[in-house]
Design a protein around this ligand. Structure first.
Ligand code: ZN
Length: 150
């Protein structure tokens, strides 16, 4: 189990240091900023959506390793997927991150995203890990209010 924990940490550190899909999408149809005042994490999310499909998904910003790793893992897992799939994964990810018991099938669906499950023991970190997701949700729901984890 401790080996697994170390591996999880490695994945988080790797994605935190070298976030995937980091940058902007020029002329992105959709963009949204999110802010986690408790930790100081800030992200801007860019989405190119077409007919219910997330064609491209990128983010930029600055913050702790957890928030950057979460944005990186999220963009990696949702790029090329449908909005419906994104919603399903968001729901599962949220369950995972607040410490709900997951079935094997659910874990399999989440794939690499389960590396963030360790934050469930740290409520403040949960906000770091969900910032990118809340930002995506607000963006897709066309919610114009500023996204903040408070
Ligand atoms: Zn943070």
């Amino acid at each position: 189990m401790s080996d697994l924990r170390e591996l999880y940490q490695e994945v988080i550190l790797d994605h935190g240091k070298n976030p995937r899909n980091f940058g902007t999408i020029p002329h992105a149809g959709l963009q949204k900023e999110g802010f986690n005042p408790l930790c100081g994490d800030k992200i801007t999310l860019y989405v190119e959506e077409d007919g219910g499909l997330i064609k491209d998904l990128r983010f930029e910003g600055c913050g702790c390793a957890i928030s950057m790793a979460s944005g990186s893992l999220m963009t990696e897992s949702l790029k090329g997927k449908t909005l419906q799939y994104a919603e399903e994964i968001f729901h599962l990810f949220h369950q995972c991150i607040i410490g709900c018991v997951m079935t094997e099938i659910e874990k399999e669906k989440l794939g690499k995203l389960t590396v963030l499950s360790g934050v469930s023991a740290f409520p403040l970190r949960v906000k770091c890990a969900t910032l990118a997701w809340h930002t995506l949700k607000a963006l897709l729901q066309n919610d114009l209010r500023p996204v903040t984890t408070e």
